[in-house]
Design a binder for this molecule. Structure first.
Ligand code: FAD
Length: 350
């Protein structure tokens, strides 16, 4: 019998590392190229919600996240101006762990399973060759596109007197939304998505953005809270329009296929899920049961089938977050609607 063909993965974020672990468990040789190193902070709400938790469970990793201090989030609250939703129970608890811990934990697991991890190793070749999976994260928006989307995040290590009514609070405003949730060691993660329209410049201090509008409930809650400057990170030019994996010439997973709007809290889950969907086709290719174009096509078909519907609903939810419908009398009605909440929560995850 010939030995299994190796798989090369570009990108050691959640999707790349999860695929690497899944393939190692099937005896496939894997080399993973990661441009950075671990641990590192990343722009992320650090709120894992959706089927991705089951993927981690199947890989035996969920218990390790809990040991690392992951905190369950059971309730959520939405605030927009003077309107707010009731504190609601999430249909299924989310799990909150900093990316600083999570990515390092997965990298350790990948290496423990015999994966070859190349750190500070940026893949620069242009070709989408055989045996190559691209998990290099989000694509950037074309520079002339308006609005420009920014993501910003920072931790508050000692929240002190800052009090929050729900495990996840989402504060929306005219040009952005900010999520706040507890992570390990009693810290808070504060993470926002913001838009800057054509002609508008970036803010003077992106950290200040995270405190919310002057006079807002969020600013009041965070009064006196100090951000850890080492945890601060920002990304610009996020491409939020849904894409199809079948339109790609290369084999890709995670945000490299498409990014879901952060308000869904489902992007990490999609990274884990897409990695799991890729394991079997990639293992079959490695063992010579299917050729490369066939394996690549199967990964793309599986991802599109799994994500198309939830991406369409995520797009509508993202529109709603920025629409004037959330202001005024309609805002009060929509935020209080249990049916709408349950519907959107379910549709952006399944
Ligand atoms: C503001 C904001 C808030 C968010 N909040 C949440 C949330 O609360 N819940 C949630 O589930 N999701 C959230 N997300 C989405 C989530 O962060 C992503 O969906 C997830 O990180 C995707 O994982 P990935 O592995 O595909 O990409 P990434 O995690 O981005 O990993 C890609 C990796 O590839 C590496 N890389 C890139 N290019 C190369 C190269 N050429 N060679 C080698 N390595 C390379 C990078 O260094 C990186 O480590 C949020 C996103 C944003 C922007």
């Amino acid at each position: 019998m010939s030995s299994p063909k190796p798989i090369t993965i570009i990108g050691g974020g959640l999707a790349g590392l999860t695929l690497g672990i899944g393939l190692r468990r099937r005896g496939v040789p894997v080399a993973l190229w990661e441009a950075g190193r671990y641990p590192r902070h990343r722009v992320c709400g650090e709120f894992i919600s959706g089927h991705g938790q089951a993927v981690l469970e199947r890989l035996g990793l969920l218990a390790r996240l809990r040991q690392a201090g992951a905190v369950p989030a059971r309730t959520a609250l939405f605030v927009r101006g003077v309107h707010r939703s009731p504190v609601r129970l999430l249909a299924a608890p989310a799990l909150c762990l900093s990316r600083h811990k999570l990515d390092a934990l997965l990298a350790e697991a990948f290496q423990a399973d015999g994966g070859e991890l190349r750190l500070n190793a940026r893949w620069t070749a242009a070709e989408a060759g055989e045996g190559l999976v691209c998990a290099a994260g989000r694509r950037t928006q074309a520079s002339e596109t308006s609005p420009r989307w920014f993501g910003v995040k920072a931790h508050v290590p000692r929240p002190g007197a800052a009090t929050f009514e729900a495990d996840l609070e989402m504060h929306a405003m005219r040009d952005g939304y900010i999520g706040v949730n507890r992570i390990e060691a009693g810290a808070l993660n504060v993470c926002g998505l913001f838009r800057v329209r054509a002609g508008g410049g970036p803010p003077e201090s992106k950290l200040e953005w995270l405190r919310g509008d002057p006079g807002s409930p969020l600013r009041e809650r965070l009064r006196g809270a100090e951000f850890d400057p080492r945890s601060f990170c920002a990304v610009a030019g996020l491409e939020l329009r849904p894409q199809r994996a079948l339109d790609r010439t290369e084999c890709c997973i995670g945000d490299r296929v498409t990014m879901t709007p952060p308000v869904t809290g489902n992007g990490m889950s999609m990274a884990f899920e897409s990695a799991e969907l890729a394991v079997e086709p990639m293992a079959d290719y490695s063992l010579g049961r299917v050729d490369w174009p066939g394996a690549r096509r199967r990964v793309a078909q599986r991802c599109d089938a799994a994500f198309a519907r939830r991406l369409a609903w995520a797009r509508r939810l993202q529109w709603l977050m920025f629409s004037s419908a959330l202001q005024g009398r309609w805002g009060a009605i929509l935020l209080r609607s249990d049916g709408l909440w349950r519907f959107l929560f379910e549709r952006t995850r399944r």
